[in-house]
Each structure stands twice: as C-alpha cells, then as structure tokens.
Design a protein around this ligand. Structure first.
Ligand SMILES: Cc1cc2nc3c(=O)[nH]c(=O)nc-3n(C[C@H](O)[C@H](O)[C@H](O)COP(=O)(O)O)c2cc1C
Ligand code: SF4
Length: 432
C-alpha cells in the first residue's frame, strides 16, 4: 500500500509530513516534524476555548463521511450539561477505505494531539480511541504512542483504547456510544446525539481520527494556515484512499478542489482503461469515466455529478469489469450489514439487492429500471441511521451511470465482466 503526498509540495504534506515506509513516527520525531502542541486554553465555566473559534474560522468539517462542521460539534458538547468525554472514531468500517488505519499506523501522535487539544477545548479529561478489531497494526501503533506519552504533559488526559467489532454499522456514532456503554455495536435512535448524551450519559465529542489530526494542526498553525489550501467552502486537505487499475494504489493526501486527474498522475497513472469511478465509497456515487477530467475532489466539484467525497474513497472501475455486478455484490453486502432493527432497512435493502441480482441474471426484463428506482426512493430516510440512505444513493447512481448495461443485462443476462473476481473490497463479518 502506497502512502504518498501529491503536489503542491510547498503546501503539502500536512497530515502525512515525515511519514515513510518504516512504521509509525515516534514521539520525538513527531515533535521535530510538527513542533510542540501549544497548551490549549481549557474551557472554563465562563469562557469557551479560543481553539473552538479557530476551528470555526478554519472551516474544518468532519472527515468521517458526513462533513459536519467540527466547531459546531465542539460547541454542542460545551453547551451540554455534565463532564464531557472525547471519542476518536478510528474504526473505519468501510472496507474500501484505509485512510484512518493508515494514518493511525503512520502518524498516531497527530491523532492523539488532536484529541488532547479538543479535550482541552471542551473541558474533558478522558479520551477513548475506538479501533477496529481487524486492524492490529493500527491498534499497536496507537497503543505504543499512548505508552510513549505516559508522563508527558497531555493536559491530564486519561487514555483508553476500545476494540470495536468489524462490521459496517458498528462505527456509526450512536452504535459506538451504545457499544462503549456496554450494549451492542448497533445504531440507536437520535436524538439524543452523542454531544448531548453519549458515553456514560455524558456530553461526548465523537469525531473521526483524521478530523482530530487536522485539529492538531490547526491548534499549532491557526486557521489562516489551514485555509491556505483547498477551496473557500472546503478548506484544507483530505486523505484519499485510491484503488483500482492504477500503478500505485494507496492513501494520498490531496488538496480539496484538486483534480482527480492530478491524483491519478500522482499515483503513477492508469494501468487499464476505466469505465467509471466510485467517489465517496459505499455511501457515495458512481460517475461516468467521461467526466473524470472534469472532477475536482471537493463537494462543490462532485455535486453536479451526483457524488460526494464522503470519507475519501476513490475507486476506479476497469473497463473490463461490470459496474452493475460490482454494485450488486456491494449492495448485497450492505443489505447484510443492516443492524436488523428498522423494517425499511432490513427488508428494503434485501429487496433492492435481490432485484438488482435478478435483473443482472436477465430474469426480470419487465420494468426493471423503474422498480429499482422506486426501491431506492422508498428506503432512503427511513432508518434510525443513514445506512439505507447511503446504500440508496450508491445504487441510484449505478442505475444512472450504467443505464445502458442495465437494459442489456435485463435482456441477455450476465456479461463477461460479471464473471471477473469482484474488485470492490467487502468483508465477511456480520453485525453482532
Ligand atoms: C453506516 C455508517 C458507518 C459509519 N462508519 C464510520 C467510520 O468507520 N468512521 C467514522 O469516522 N465515521 C463513520 N460514520 C460516521 C459517524 O456516524 C460520525 O458521523 C463520524 O464519526 C463523526 O466524525 P466527523 O464529524 O469527524 O466526521 C459512519 C456512519 C454510518 C451511517
Ligand atoms: S437503518 Fe439499518 S443499520 Fe441503521 S439502525 Fe436501522 S436497521 Fe440498523
């Protein structure tokens, strides 16, 4: 797996500065690369921490997929009653994404610094780092980084690492809170949001691992530095997991608004013709390859193509593969990842995956497209969490981009591409 930074070098790397192939950056080296984390003015009874204002001015949005403004979350935690607690979501439940795992393995101190700074800003003394059961290397890097910091001035933060089950919905925020409270790792109804009542009933600042790493850099360099790259609406950089027929698949740090073609060039170029690109992963959307040259890696650049950056997955589909077969396989996996609690999610996703499979096999030639569109419209916004919404968006984009192939499959059944081994990664674990 490649870990690299794309141009411009004068402004990047940020998160991946000093990262090499030889394992995690240790505490001493980390301080040499980034400088010491400045003491964060702790929130007092009367005043909010200036760091929250700086994060707001920086325009940082969460990197866990939803893109929620981070400062608003910090303010919600500060405004809630009770002693806050910080949760780092480094679980990365989506199998196509490895950016948090890679960051945790390579630069664990940056994530921990961000958690320390955020804890200071909201007045928390405890941080729980949630890691996936199936990421032992990332877990080891984080455990060693915490060990290295023992005795260091971490603002009296107490650390805990939690191993979270490796299924997709376990890393949704309310599922994590439920799990940390001793329940199943399955989403619960919101509100209350974790910021209001989360772990132990306390206000909980729960953010993505990469988000915390950006907080660590904003605490050091301020909002203007952060905004020096990226777009006005989406400043800064993001970690992108790039997979598919390219010379060096891996995790890249890219400036928001930079072109997809520059990312592909930085990764050594295409090794095969491409039919489409999936941006935003399994809650994102397919975009036809003819738009690749026009695509910019930011929300405003992707919205006209019905896609979003989400947690930063960019998956290129080789022209020899079948986009519908890939979509059907992942849709079946997503249906199996349902936490089994909400009817439209349990039955709707299963029916959606089944209808897609039947259409691919050529056994549903009548009105297949309309039925699939109808199914995507009725599952969205009907669950306790946004799992069905993401799945509906993913499938709906496939119906649009692969409309010609859909009609062909409905008439003639499986194509040669259907017989290729699946390209988009899925896992075998089911919700428990
Ligand atoms: C099905 C599902 C899976 C999710 N998995 C993750 C995940 O692996 N990592 C993550 O940070 N956020 C994940 N999220 C989003 C979290 O619920 C939450 O919004 C996020 O951790 C907040 O961090 P942020 O504000 O820094 O983006 C998931 C959401 C859903 C609906
Ligand atoms: S929408 Fe699906 S995954 Fe989300 S809580 Fe309901 S059953 Fe579980």
């Amino acid at each position: 797996m490649t870990v690299a930074t794309m141009a411009p070098p004068s402004t990047l790397p940020r998160l991946l500065a000093g990262v090499g192939p030889e394992g995690a950056v240790g505490l001493h080296e980390h301080s040499e690369i980034h400088g010491e984390l400045p003491a964060v003015a702790r929130r007092s009874r009367k005043t909010a921490s200036p760091l929250i204002d700086e994060i707001e001015l920086a325009g940082l949005r969460g990197r866990g997929g939803g893109g929620f403004p981070t400062a608003a979350k910090l303010r919600a935690v500060v405004g809630a009653r009770g002693r806050p607690i910080v949760v780092v979501n480094a679980v990365e439940g989506e199998p196509a994404s490895v950016k948090d795992q890679t960051l945790a393995e390579a630069a664990p101190h940056l994530i921990l610094d961000g958690a320390v700074a955020a804890a200071g800003a909201v007045g928390a003394h405890e941080v729980i780092v949630c890691m996936c059961e199936r990421s032992p290397a990332a877990q080891l890097a984080v455990a060693q980084a915490i060990e290295e910091r023992s005795g260091a001035s971490d603002g009296a933060v107490r650390w805990q690492v939690a191993e979270v089950p490796p299924h997709y919905v376990a890393s949704q925020e309310s599922a994590l809170v439920s799990f940390l409270n001793g329940g199943p790792a399955k989403p619960t109804l919101m509100p209350p949001r974790p910021s209001q009542r989360g772990v132990g009933g306390r206000p909980t600042l729960l953010s993505n691992a990469e988000t915390f790493a950006h907080v660590a850099l904003i605490a050091r360099h301020g909002p203007e530095w952060f905004r020096a790259i990226g777009t006005a609406a989406q400043p800064g950089s993001a970690l992108i997991t790039l997979i598919g027929p390219i010379a060096y698949p891996g995790v890249y740090e890219a400036e928001h608004g930079s072109s997809l073609t520059s990312l592909i060039d930085a990764a050594g170029g295409l090794t095969e013709d491409v039919r489409a690109v999936l941006v935003g992963g399994y809650a994102g959307g397919w975009v036809d390859a003819r738009h690749i040259r026009a695509l910019a890696l930011c929300e405003e650049g992707l919205a006209p193509y019905g896609s979003r950056l989400g947690a930063g997955v960019v998956a290129l589909l080789p022209a020899s593969a079948c986009g519908l077969a890939e979509t059907a396989r992942v849709a079946r996996w997503l249906a199996m990842q349902s936490a089994g609690q909400c009817g439209p999610c349990v039955h709707g996703l299963d029916t959606l995956a089944g209808t897609l499979e039947q259409t691919l096999a050529g056994s549903d030639a009548s009105n297949h497209s309309a039925r699939l569109s109808y199914l995507t419209s009725i599952v969205a916004r009907r669950g306790a969490c946004s799992h069905p919404d993401g799945t509906a968006q993913f499938v709906a984009s496939a119906l649009n981009v692969f409309a010609g192939e859909l009609a062909d499959h409905a008439r003639h059944g499986h194509c040669d591409g259907c017989r290729r081994p699946g390209m988009l990664p899925i896992t075998t674990e089911l919700p428990r």
